[in-house]
Design a binder for this molecule. Structure first.
Ligand code: GYE
Length: 323
């Protein structure tokens, strides 16, 4: 069973209408433009949570791009890092018969049934940020996100070059998530022999702190932490300082993301190296969703470009960071 794509002409017309409504609303000082919603492209977006600075920036970027003015009727649902909440949101989107479903899967597995239901309903899927492992054939039209394995490799190369004798504790993200699995694979392929222990901090600052408190007891020889994101690294700083040690010196910290708080820790010399993972791709996502809805050819994947930062970063760089 297939579904006819959202006609391009109808969508462009919707854009015009939305723009007019937007102007009218501004002119009258009224609240949000209320359209019938019929002319807009109806998108269900299941965000996995609000666990980190990265996620908050990503959510802001998505919402800033998928606006009514831009022609979208966005139903955004936050799953609070629970897969069952995401599955429920996805089923709701099917019941609402949205034009496109976009979602950022909290972990890689467990989506077979709901992906099949979406496929049977003929609704195209745009996968955002994280990846899925599924037996469903052609479960999504396109994926946009970062190269997590490369991020892990880049972090590993810094360690190999700058701390070849370090005893590394690996602070993993949410177990079973694409970001955790692939960062770990990339990092361990380069310096796996230096890793003396690992545990998950679920990508949050609080759980990162708890995991490092335990790690400092279990592996007192740890002198470098590779954290799968900034937030857990910030939690690690708290745990290290509470144990009377100096983060960045006694225990070096390498992280992934590059949100402002993370880069500030780098300027403050508490982090040693940060591999960027750029969350600001709402505009690219909006374009992909339009093209998918219009039935146009899109690339199977779009990799968001990342860089990396060391302690030569300046306060001005941090202050200029948009997120
Ligand atoms: O690195 C982390 C977030 O999937 C890229 O999820 C994302 C990761 C990001 O919680 O901070």
């Amino acid at each position: 069973m297939s579904r006819s794509p959202f006609p391009r002409s109808r969508f462009l017309a919707a854009l015009g209408t939305a723009a007019l409504f937007g102007l009218a609303a501004c002119g009258s000082g009224g609240s949000a433009a209320s359209t019938s919603g019929d002319d807009l492209l109806r998108v269900g977006f299941s965000q996995l949570g609000a666990e980190s600075g990265w996620r908050t920036a990503n959510t802001e970027s998505v919402k800033a791009s998928l606006t009514e003015e831009a022609g979208f009727d966005l139903n955004f649902v936050d799953a609070q890092q629970k897969q069952e909440n995401q599955i429920k949101a996805l089923r709701d989107f099917v019941a609402q018969d949205v034009d496109v479903i976009a979602f950022s899967p909290v972990i890689e597995t467990g989506w077979d049934e709901v992906l099949q239901e979406i496929k049977d309903a003929g609704i195209p899927v745009v996968l955002v940020d994280r990846t899925v492992e599924t037996t469903v054939e052609d479960p999504y039209v396109t994926w946009i996100g970062a190269d997590f394995e490369q991020e892990g490799t880049t972090a590993g190369e810094w360690v190999k070059e700058n701390a070849p004798d370090a005893k590394v504790f690996e602070l993993q993200g949410t177990l079973g998530s694409g970001a955790q699995v692939d960062r770990e694979e990339g990092f361990n392929a380069v310096v796996g022999d230096q890793v003396i222990g690992k545990a998950s901090g679920n990508f949050t600052r609080a759980e990162g702190k708890t995991a490092v408190e335990a790690a400092l007891q279990a592996y007192p020889e740890t002198d470098l932490i590779f954290s799968h994101n900034d937030d857990m690294g910030l939690g690690a700083i708290e745990a290290i300082e509470a144990a009377g040690k100096k983060p960045g010196e006694d225990i070096k910290i390498v992280t992934v993301d590059g949100v402002r708080d993370g880069l500030q820790a780098l300027v403050d010399k508490k982090f040693n190296y940060v591999v960027e993972c750029n969350p600001v791709f709402g505009d690219q996502l909006a374009e992909l969703i339009e093209d998918v809805a219009a039935g146009e050819e899109v690339p199977k994947e779009t990799i968001v470009v990342d860089q990396a930062f060391d302690q030569t970063i300046t306060q001005a760089d941090v202050d200029a960071r948009p997120y």
